[in-house]
Design a protein. Structure first.
Length: 367
């Protein structure tokens, strides 16, 4: 294999490929990136057997071939090279990298043992705008569970039917739901994608193009311009979230989102982990009183609001309620309550964004 490519393009695509490299693998070849030079393209492939990335970049191919190069080593070398053409030449498992006055000689690995990726199904099951997919991931993935004993909850549910699609994540304490309208009707899709895969995918979503999403047995494939991101699908039954979310209320509050978020952030400074980061909300006409107490002191905040319905005293884990508020972009939001023991629903006051966040309260001890 012999190629010539600019340092910037090589570094960009190595960075993309490294998103599927696991630092915890015990299989040596998985520490490497598979380089394949063919048809005036360099294709870089990486995998940890759960998440895989394949990215292509045009280059000058003087001799076709393939080699596996240690990801950390090639990444560090290329990052330090000057902004100039880079030549990579391999003979057997020996690799020579040249750039201006720099020359590196490395030992690679035979690509014959590198794992094969799933075959891409040419029938695209779903097409989404890049910015829509990125927002939907951002608004849900944080609520996925980290409890490996419930694997189905460690991912985000993609549920599409007809011209509507739900992205849903939950962990037993909160539910984050984003609904989007699709531009055409689709047959039902109901698959759970690992949170880690979506977090890595989100990092390369930075444009406004169409993203093709294909489902093949056991895997999902995202096509992002010159890059394919493969992820295994999670098995198991997802909780029927639609039975849990209700928009009935006894108390409804409309409030400035930034004011509420800032007050909760200040109140949480005195909330202790030992007490579940507890903050109390006392909702009365025109005001939300927020308080928190710990061994070192107390804090009180007041936020102006528009209230409909009953007065209410309720408590939450500050982190859980803040997580939902932080990813709402609208100026105002509404909070729906049905007593102090039932979940709270938080929604943006924005007709264009169909986002719902449900968070469970913390039971207050009564004297």
């Amino acid at each position: 294999m012999k190629i010539e490519i600019t340092q910037k393009e090589l570094q960009k695509h190595i960075n993309i490929a490294q998103k599927a490299i696991s630092s915890r693998t015990a299989i040596q070849i998985l520490e490497g990136i598979l380089f394949v030079a063919k048809d005036n393209y360099l294709k870089l492939t990486s995998t940890d057997l759960e998440l895989s990335v394949e990215t292509k970049v045009p280059c000058i191919v003087e001799q076709e071939g393939s080699i596996v190069i240690n990801s950390s080593m090639i990444g560090n070398i290329v990052r330090k090279l000057p902004d100039a053409p880079v030549t990579i030449n391999t003979v057997g498992e020996s690799i020579q990298i040249k750039c201006l006055q720099s020359e590196f000689n490395l030992i690679g690995q035979d690509p014959v043992d590198y794992p094969h990726l799933p075959d891409k199904n040419e029938e695209t099951k779903l097409t989404l705008k890049e910015e829509v997919l990125k927002d939907a991931i951002k608004q849900t993935v944080f609520a996925a569970s980290i409890d490996e004993t419930r694997p189905a909850l460690t991912g985000v549910l993609f549920k599409a039917a007809e011209k509507s699609m739900d992205f849903v994540a939950l962990d037993g304490f909160r539910i984050s739901l984003r609904n989007i309208n699709l531009d055409k009707e689709y047959n039902e899709i109901k698959e759970i994608i690992p949170a880690r895969a979506l977090n890595e995918l989100q990092k390369i979503l930075d444009g406004s193009e169409d993203i093709n999403i294909s489902f093949v047995p056991g895997h999902v494939i995202f096509e992002v311009r010159d890059t394919l991101v493969y992820s295994r699908l999670l098995e198991g039954k997802f909780i029927n979230y639609s039975d849990i979310i209700s928009f009935d209320y006894e108390t409804k509050v409309v409030v400035d989102k930034k004011l509420l978020q800032s007050s909760l952030e200040r109140a949480s400074l005195l909330a202790s982990v030992e007490k579940a980061n507890l903050v109390k909300l006392n909702v009365t006409d025109g005001n939300i009183h927020i308080s928190s107490n710990s061994e070192i002191g107390s804090v009180n905040e007041n936020v102006i609001c528009d209230k409909t319905g009953e007065d209410l005293e309720i408590a939450f884990n500050a982190r859980y309620i803040l997580d939902g508020l932080k990813i709402i972009d609208s100026e105002k939001c509404e909070l729906l309550f049905t007593g102090s023991l039932n979940p709270c629903i938080i929604r943006p006051i924005d007709d264009d964004i169909k986002y719902t966040y449900l968070v469970l309260p913390v039971r207050l001890a009564r004297n």
